[in-house]
Design a protein around this ligand. Sequence first.
Ligand code: ZN
Length: 179
Amino acid sequence: MSRPYGVQAAVLAGNSIDASICAHSGTTVERRFAAADLPRLRDAGALDGSQLTARFAFSRFEGRIAIDGELQGTIALPCQRCAKPFELPVDEQFRLIVAREAKDLDEEPGGYEAVLADPVRLDLQVLAEDQALLALPLVPRHPVEDCDAQIAAAVEPAPVESQPTQKPFGDLRDLMRKR
Ligand SMILES: [Zn+2]
């Protein structure tokens, strides 16, 4: 009986991989992602031109599947100050351990963060996207010296105090008097 596919190629193709085999053999897997591949990152504002490379080094730690990972590249985002796009550099390290059940999520053996996943079909895209989302700043914007809005921002009036005071019942009282 012939083997139709190379086992290793089948295990490592695509974004869904068998992490137990990778951990057993100490395999490092690398994947590249664009914004189009990462819908949650797109929803968070990432633009075309985002390019991320994720590396997952698999090993066993205390009988479990451990991942020493890196996420590098750039995420293109619209600046919240001047609305023009800018490239956020990303250089993140992460250490994950695969938890098969929710009850194992509270543990952090060896400083690894537990993630709930099916080790036989570990989705690398989901893991990379999680890390990319964690790398996003609360308010994405250019460094101040590169931002077109730096002068405008400096003279921007305070937003709350400049509002005219609203008198919701003022007009109503006038109307009642006219009856
Ligand atoms: Zn800007």
